[in-house]
Design a protein around this ligand. Structure first.
Ligand SMILES: Nc1ncnc2c1ncn2[C@@H]1O[C@H](COP(=O)(O)OP(=O)(O)OP(=O)(O)O)[C@@H](O)[C@H]1O
Length: 876
């Protein structure tokens, strides 16, 4: 069996207790051990005068080994915090007698050496070797209990503290090392040797017990401490009373205060990621006995005079109960229920249009569900989504990367955006290097992402998501487009990520990749579950020899029938029913208000980071940069090539309208062309970052700022090349020399057209649509600028022309160069906007400025419509 320890006890391991002096002591479960200064009466001696003679006791409790302070004078400390009781979990260091330099005691569960044996011996003797099911026609070939069946079902016999967990890890009760504690690394199960027959060794290991539906903070707290009489300040900085070494936590995050009436209140100290009570962000709130406080990856609960703390290191279970998703009258998912244990890799496969992406969207809160719920570590995920969304990582199908940046640059910008503003550069850099190493990207860290292979690029996307240490990692078809080798490597990476202590759920189109998964969910048309269980048993369940035949059958048969058949089956009883918590019956849910994601960074900081990243992206694309610089020069020269002057014989200058027209068509086109693709091409990045707290306005302003700068430089260059050297009136309408006035109109025309380009970019659903729309804008600008025919009094056309930046920019410049004086009088009614009067010029310029604001606002509204409607569920 997997997870076996040196002890006879199937669950609780022996414990090594080591101090700075003397030999480590190995303790067997089953009796109590006294820790203290007195060598006569103590089993574990800590030789320090501040340690009490009999200071604490070490023993096995329901949640594994615990150390309980037995009323010592100077106290017991974990990470500087005085504690009454500590759960050892995967290993912990406690300090006795003084928080800073007291006697150190390291407690580490003993893992048998055979747990870490190399692949060959593992594969010969798998952890819980199932007999490969014998494929036989018809669903009756489902393996029967006790006939080579899998290990204990989720929530069944493998209950907390009474059965094996995942291979190579301690039993449930012995898990959950506190963050920052000296956890014992456990080797993931190795892959089977090439060519080895039968299911892989992990195929039938039931991932984690789930029978106890209580949250981990109740079931297996990492630390239990006395609530201090005074205020307890919680945060990342070392000067806090309770230090959380978690980059999602602000330096001074929250305070637990004792009120004069003896009650306890949690108060947020202006943290970036928020303080939550029962999943809802609070500024301050009196705590009741049932309230769960969430701060970063930590949860707290008051229990009498004790404060229980649990650090979510990723080892949490998930129960999906009766999920139903509707779009209008159409039901996209029908009663989807399954449990997922800790450290599980789940593959979601199915027929085309079966609802795989819909399930992922529902689970990540981007699509409302109409029935059912999801329990994350025993907590209603949708009700507490504001807090729990921070534990979710999502790798969409499209890469969430700026491909021009290097791997390291992309990760550093992502870290800057996702971690609280008060994180040090060095802290972020450390985490970036960790994920680079974890994903095997060290060799490629300085390469631009576009030079990486598809599989490597996907790993960078995964690395971005891992920055914040999510407990749940979702991936949408990560292997699509990859060759078999790269897909296999990527799946091995996912396998390792799950083994390292998180739940990984991936949609797959390729069944070959699913073999390394613990569980397989097969969805069929209509959003029905046709199978949930180990991948190795699926074909036998369907009574087919290969997946081609299985899918033929799944496509042919009705979804309701397949779902009914599965509900009546042995795998359903074994892998679904027994794993669902008793209180998990599907419930219709009331509508809940949407809670905005926390903003880890202030608006200004986001703007600065986004603008810097955008500039880096442009600067690293040398060809694009060269084009941006060359365009105004070449097009300005073209404008110059048009015969005629800006100032000629009064009443005789035929060409002035043409020259001005071309000048403003070019400026408008340049402005729109740079912007029209900008939002649509990075929509996947935007949507992912948005759900992680990106501000829409900061994002849009970063585009306006950088593109506005480009448009300004291009407008100045265009004016210089096209106009310098020509005679202009000595004085402008308002500003002299006149070329400055013309330049202002050109620049504003380019910037307003850029903002209009952003509207289009936010509006379209695919990049292909932008080019036709760009052509439409260009033509509208030409026709409606006023140069081709008189607009004044032309009903409808005149009003439509108001939306064209060229209409106002052209008019402002026309006033500056005295067009009404220059052009021949053809008897047309003179355009009142062309008058060389300050009031008219200011009006033209002000409307151009207004257009920039209006177009930017429209683009922002269009971006906002991409936000998920609710983070969780909607009313029926
Ligand atoms: N907003 C919607 N309104 C109506 N039907 C929808 C909506 N979104 C998805 N659907 C339908 O729901 C079904 C499931 O779609 P989904 O994209 O989840 O399937 P899928 O299994 O991921 O498909 P594929 O494997 O082809 O990507 C499809 O029939 C799809 O047309």
């Amino acid at each position: 069996m997997g997870g076996r320890y040196a002890s006879e006890d199937p669950v609780v391991p022996q414990l090594t207790a080591s101090t700075d002096a003397g030999q480590p002591v190995v303790l067997d479960p089953g009796r109590d051990y006294i820790v203290g200064r007195d060598p006569q009466s103590c089993n574990v001696v800590v030789d320090d005068r501040r340690v009490s003679r009999r200071h604490a006791v070490l023993r096995v409790a329901a949640d594994g080994w615990e150390l309980v302070d037995t009323g010592s004078v100077n106290g017991t400390y974990v990470r500087g915090q005085r504690v009454n009781r500590v759960v050892v979990g995967g290993g912990i260091e406690v300090v006795l007698g003084d928080p800073d330099d007291g006697g150190r005691l390291r407690l580490t569960p003993v893992v048998e050496a055979t747990e870490l044996v190399p692949a060959a011996s593992q594969s010969q003797q798998p952890y819980a070797p199932p007999q490969p099911p014998v494929p036989q026609p018809g669903p009756q070939s489902i393996p029967q209990p006790g006939h080579g069946g899998p290990g204990p079902a989720p929530g069944g016999p493998a209950r907390a503290g009474s059965g094996p967990g995942r291979p190579g890890q301690p039993g449930h009760g012995a898990r959950g090392p506190a963050q920052g504690s000296a956890g014992t690394p456990v080797a993931p199960p190795p892959p089977p040797p090439p060519g080895a027959g039968g299911p892989p060794p992990w195929a039938n290991i039931v991932p984690g017990p789930m029978a106890d539906p209580r949250p981990s903070v109740d079931r297996r707290p990492s630390v239990v401490m006395q609530i201090p009489v005074r205020t307890l300040r919680i945060g990342r900085a070392l000067d806090n009373d309770l230090v959380l070494t978690d980059l999602m936590v602000s330096r001074h995050h929250a305070e637990l205060r004792t009120t004069p009436g003896g009650r306890h209140e949690i108060a947020d100290l202006g943290s970036h990621n928020g303080t939550y009570v029962n999943g809802v962000p609070v500024e301050r709130q009196i705590l009741g006995p049932n309230d769960i406080v969430g701060i970063g990856h930590a949860t707290f609960r008051l229990d009498g005079n004790e404060l229980r703390e649990f650090i979510d290191t990723g080892e949490v279970s998930l129960h999906i109960n009766g999920l139903e998703v509707k779009a209008g009258d159409k039901t996209l998912l029908h009663d989807v229920s399954f449990p997922i244990g800790e450290r599980t890799l789940l593959a979601v496969v199915g027929t085309s249009g079966a609802g795989k992406s819909t399930l992922l969207k529902a689970l990540t809160g981007s699509l409302p569900v109409s029935r059912g719920n999801v329990l994350y570590d025993g907590r209603d995920m949708f009700a507490q989504f504001a807090e729990l969304r921070q534990r979710i990582g999502l790798v969409p199908q499209d890469d969430i990367l700026h491909k021009q940046l290097t791997v390291r640059q992309a990760l550093r910008y992502a870290a800057r955006l996702r971690f609280p503003e008060d994180t040090e550069k060095s802290e972020r850099a450390r985490r970036v290097e960790e994920v680079i190493a974890d994903l095997g990207l060290t060799e490629r860290a300085e390469l631009p992402i576009h030079k990486l292979s598809g599989g490597q690029r996907k790993r960078v996307s995964v690395a971005v998501e891992l920055l914040t240490k999510p407990s749940l990692l979702y991936l949408d078809e990560p292997t699509s487009g990859l060759d078999v080798g790269s897909a296999g490597d990527l799946m091995d990476n996912l396998r390792n990520l799950a083994d390292d202590g998180r739940t990984v759920i991936t949609v797959l189109h390729d069944l070959d990749s699913a073999e390394v998964c613990d569980r397989l969910l097969v969805l069929v048309t209509g959003g029905y579950v046709a199978y949930y269980g180990p991948p190795g048993e699926a074909l036998a369940y369907f009574g087919k020899e290969n997946w081609r035949d299985a899918f033929k059958m799944l496509n042919r048969e009705d979804g309701t029938t397949l779902a009914q058949r599965f509900r009546a089956s042995e795998p359903h009883a074994r892998y679904v029913e027994s794993g669902l918590a008793p209180a998990a019956a599907p419930q219709p849910q009331a509508e809940r208000p949407q809670v905005k994601p926390p903003k880890p960074q202030s608006w200004g900081s986001q703007l600065a980071t986004l603008s810097r990243r955008y500039l880096s992206v442009i600067a690293s694309d040398k060809k694009y940069l060269a084009l941006l610089l060359a365009a105004p020069v070449l097009l300005g020269a073209l404008c110059r090539a048009i015969p005629g002057k800006f100032v000629g014989e009064p009443g005789q200058n035929q060409d002035i309208l043409t020259k001005l027209l071309v000048l403003f068509v070019i400026s408008g086109l340049m402005g729109s062309a740079t912007a029209v693709n900008e939002l649509i091409k990075e929509r996947a990045i935007y949507q992912r970052e948005r759900s992680a707290g990106l501000s829409v306005s900061a994002y849009l302003c970063s585009k306006l700022l950088v593109l506005g700068l480009i448009a300004t430089l291009q407008g100045v260059a265009l004016t210089a090349v096209a106009v310098i050297g020509y005679d202009l009136p000595d004085k402008g309408v308002v500003i002299s020399p006149t070329i400055v006035e013309v330049g202002i109109a050109v620049v504003l025309s380019a910037v307003a057209a850029m903002a209009l380009g952003l509207v289009i970019s936010a509006l379209v659903s695919t990049p292909e649509l932008t080019m036709p729309l760009l052509v439409v804008i260009a033509i509208v600008q030409v026709v409606l600028c006023g140069a081709l025919f008189p607009l004044t009094g032309a009903l409808v056309i005149e009003q439509i022309s108001w939306i064209a930046p060229a209409r106002w920019a052209f008019s402002a410049a026309a006033g500056s160069v005295d067009v009404l004086v220059q052009m021949p009088d053809k008897g047309d009614k003179p355009d009142p906007l062309w008058k060389s009067e300050p009031r008219v010029w200011y009006t033209n310029i002000a409307i151009l400025g207004g257009q920039i604001v209006v177009y930017a606002t429209v683009a922002m509204m269009l971006l906002r419509r991409l936000d998920p409607k609710v983070g969780g569920r909607k009313g029926r």
